[in-house]
Design a protein. Sequence first.
Length: 267
Amino acid sequence: MNHEARTPRSTAEVVSTHSVFGAPCWVSLTSRDLEATQAFYTAVLGWRWRPAKLGDRFRIALAQSVPVAGIGAVASMWQMAVAWTPYFAVPSADDAVSRVQERGGTAAVGPLSLPPGRAALLADRDGATFGVWEGELISNWETWRRAAPTFIRLHTRDAFDAAMFYGEVLDWATERPGCCEVRYEGGEVVLRSGGDVVARIESGALEAAPDPTIRPHWQVHFAVADVAGCARAAELHGGSVLSKGSDEAVLRDPDGAQFTVTSRRGR
C-alpha cells in the first residue's frame, strides 16, 4: 500500500504497478493506537517517522532515512485484525480481486480508492492474508527494495499449491516483460523480481504431506543489527518474544501483531 504521494521531479522518477507487477511493494501494519505503536517500534527497531498523505491516522516508518513500512491506526474503524500485511503490486486491483475469488480466496476489504491508487485486502484459499496495490509506489521505491529493510515469507501447508495460486493471481512466471521469476531452491519456492530475491514460500520437507497444524500466514521480517537487543526491547516495552535464536526472533507487539527480526548477517 502506498501511504504517501509526492509530485515527482521528472516522469522517470515515477514507478507504478504497471511497470513493476507481481512483486511485494510495501508492508503495512494495521493498529489501534498510533502513538503507542510508534513508541514501541521506535524502542525496538529504532525507527523514525514522517507523516503520510493518507491522513492523521497514518505514518511512514524510516530506518536510516529509508522508508521501511506504513502504519495505519484503522483496525477498530475498519474492523480489521491488528497485523502486519505485505502488499503486492498489480496493474489492476479489480482484476486481482476477481482472480483471487475465482481461485477460492476471499476479499476482506476493497478495492478502496486511496489516492494515488487503489488497494484491497485479501486472503488466499488457505487463509493467509495479503494485500494488493494498484498505482504509484512510494517515493524512492527502488531504494526501499535495494536496501532490503524488509523481507516476507509465506508459511503454508503446500508451497507448490500456494505458488500456483499466487502465480495465477499476480502473473508470476509468465511471458510478460518484467514478471517475477519463480524457482525451487533449498526446499523453498523462491520469488525473484529483477534478479533480487523478494519472497519465499515454505511448507516443510520436500514431498512431505501437507501439515494440517500449520496456520498459513505471511510473516514480515525486518533486518536488524542486534536480534537479542530487539527481543529485550520488545519485552521491556510491553511486547513478547515468541521464539528466539542467534540470528532470528519472532516477536509480538503490545497490540498483538507478530513480526520477525532477522540478523543482517543471516539474510
